[in-house]
Design a protein around this ligand. Structure first.
Ligand SMILES: NC(=O)c1ccc[n+]([C@@H]2O[C@H](COP(=O)([O-])OP(=O)(O)OC[C@H]3O[C@@H](n4cnc5c(N)ncnc54)[C@H](O)[C@@H]3O)[C@@H](O)[C@H]2O)c1
Length: 292
């Protein structure tokens, strides 16, 4: 659907906040970078109950998308409610929550099919659900390693597969973004996560392979590799290991750590037509950490 004035309304432009007589100035409208508009598009965000997934979900909503967050948490974080209200009241769209563990492939497919049936389309996925575990390689158990790969690799794979099946059913193509990490490219100094890092390398490689198989259906698949992001969990880690707060920023070229909102633009860029010729790529956003 071509971006229209509807896009400006979803972005808080002329017809909602400023009144009908105001000029349209929002990005993602007919006259300003229309290829970034996501008006009316249906996008799923796994791991969208909190953290990076929720931050990116809000950016997708601001660009006009209808967003469904999928997460295993019984209740999403308190921020979720605020963003959900904002979506309806200010952005002229909606944010919905579906509780699902991405390891439960049967229910994952059931829920994703239901969403597609209900909305009549399926345009995008940000697969952000993931877990992390710090354990040395000599101490890692097979059970823990399998859990890591089950969530971070198979879970991401099966979520993408379920979404791709719907995109192929509608014949519309779409865009899939999988959240990897700079740890899929480098081994972190002073952070011992052998299975996590291997899982993120697998996500990057999975992205290339899914892109190669699904390009013929008009489905693009890319990964984002963030550097260290200061989330609530990382802040807690700094209380336990205060030296990390000093050492980690020194390991990249910008000399600081990132915030979740620094990945908003990347989500909108990759899900939207602004990246229409981009597939099979990894967008590394790590302050130059892995370039050194
Ligand atoms: N925080 C960082 O520094 C950092 C850096 C690079 C990449 N990442 C990646 O970004 C993504 C988001 O991480 P975050 O920092 O926001 O962490 P987070 O723990 O706040 O968010 C992850 C979300 O995934 C959900 N989740 C976990 N396992 C699940 C499962 N089996 N089924 C469904 N949902 C599940 C969690 O409930 C949570 O809401 C992850 O893939 C992570 O590996 C994070």
């Amino acid at each position: 659907m071509p971006p229209s004035l509807e896009a400006s309304s979803a972005l808080g432009g002329a017809s909602t906040t400023n009144g009908p007589s105001q000029p349209v100035v929002a990005l993602g409208t007919q006259s300003r970078l229309p290829e970034f508009a996501l008006t009316g598009k249906v996008v799923l965000v796994s791991g969208g109950a909190r953290g990076l997934g929720l931050t990116q979900a809000e950016a997708l909503l601001e660009a006009g998308a209808i967003v469904y967050a999928l997460d295993r948490l019984e209740e999403p974080s308190p921020d979720f409610g605020r963003i959900q209200k904002r979506a309806t009241d200010e952005l002229n769209t909606k944010l919905e929550y579906r509780r699902i563990d991405v390891r439960d492939t049967e229910n994952l497919n059931k829920i994703i099919t239901e969403i597609a049936d209900q909305e009549g389309r399926m345009d995008g996925l940000v697969a952000a659900a993931g877990i992390q575990q710090e354990t040395t390689a000599l101490e890692y158990t097979a059970k823990d390693a399998n859990t890591m790969f089950d969530v971070n690799v198979t879970g991401v794979f099966m979520t993408s597969q379920a979404v791709a099946k719907q995109m192929i059913r509608f014949g519309t193509g779409g865009s899939i973004v999988m959240i990897a990490s700079m740890s899929g490219t480098i081994a972190n100094r002073g952070l011992i996560c052998p299975a996590y890092n291997a899982s993120k390398a697998a996500v990057i490689q999975l992205g290339r392979n899914l892109a190669s198989e699904w390009g013929m259906h008009g489905i693009r698949v890319n990964t984002i590799s963030p550097g260290y992001i200061v989330t609530a969990m990382v802040e807690q880690l700094f209380v336990e290991f205060p030296e990390r707060q000093v050492e980690w920023p020194k390991q990249n070229m910008l000399g600081r750590l990132s915030k979740p909102n620094e990945y908003r633009g990347a989500a909108v860029f990759l899900i939207s037509d602004a990246s229409s010729f981009m597939t099979g790529s990894d967008l590394r956003m790590d302050g130059g950490h892995a370039a050194w």
